[in-house]
Design a protein around this ligand. Sequence first.
Ligand code: ZN
Length: 426
Amino acid sequence: MLYRWFAASACALVPLTAFAALTLHDAHTETSIGPRAANPFTTHTALPPITVERTLELGRGETLSHILARSGLTVSQQQAMLQAAKGTTNLSSMKAGTEFTLSYTESAAYQPDDVKLSFREGPTESIHLAYAGGQASAKVQAHKLEKVHSVAVGHIANSLYVDATRAGLPAALIKPFTEIFAWDLDYTRDIHPGDTFKVTFEEVKDDRGNRVKSGRILAASFTVKGKTQQAFWFEDSYGRGDYYNEKGEGKRKLLLRTPLEVYRISSGFNLHRKHPVLGYTRAHKGTDFAAPTGTPVKASGDGVVTYVGRHGGHGNFVKIKHAGGFETAYAHLSRYAKGLRKGQKVKQGQVVAYVGSTGVSTGPHLHYEVIQSGRHVNPMSTKLPTGTVLASKDKSRFSSMVASITTTWRKALTQLADNAPLGKRG
Ligand SMILES: [Zn+2]
């Protein structure tokens, strides 16, 4: 408020160009413009109103009342505008950094009038507050959101995460991307520099072109060591959506490749290995995954729980029956998912238990078994049946979708090559 007092007492003596300069140091974004500057030497009683325009930024922990407090408006104007704003927006949840555009006219008596204060309230709304003729009002302006299909193409130089986000894939879609190819690739070993990826995904953008949220991956292609895997999201004529390869075969298999998210194989499937705990050779009949206690264990496929409880050397144990004569078993668990019981239906990927070291075990790990028609098989090498195959009546719609996406990828790749620095072309 200091500058106002200073300006008021000095405006008849100081040229108004200087007055304008003085007001500027109050807020770096402020501009004082108006006809008053044209005639700097008249006294303030004769001055026509000037227009003040400023941008104010919401600080950490601040609310609209803080903005109003440094707006230059009178206390009663501030209160009236605050009152008008109530109900239009959740004033307490505004983000630091929110920009407020303020404008008002200031009469010779330094009484602000015709006040306008606008700010963006999230990606979909702007709030316009006004004060004129002793009345405050608030108006909500809705902004249109648009769902768009975007493309990210690139190659691995550092890591999938770094290079895919650099190519424009939202970070939130990296994991879904890896899950699409979970049956084709082992991300801890297979990915190398030079491998290329192409992704088409949905995103919602606001009217300024900013991403509000990302949606589903509609199609993805990953070329690893010259071998290309592709996946296309397709809703069949029954309305069931799933990923298919370019031939219309479901990407999703009956069982997950691994029932853990992050893992390293500590001991491969081996029917004649020496068991480290029991100390004698016996059929191991499963794959051990080293993982910390508490790591979620996922149901490998859709099915029905057939066993939950202690099971000798297996410790805490879960067994699930799937279609096609398959069963999966999970041992040494620290605990089960809440409420898990025998007879319960589970979906592929649903968390059923957590890694532990119960039963005969040297340390926290998951012992995982796959049983096909009563015989133990190696889950890492057994060819698993696919979940779905496209019906012939859906094939032509699917093929034209694949063709149009492939075209957009080719265009994106051409653009990428054109934009690459000279040294990296080709
Ligand atoms: Zn084991």
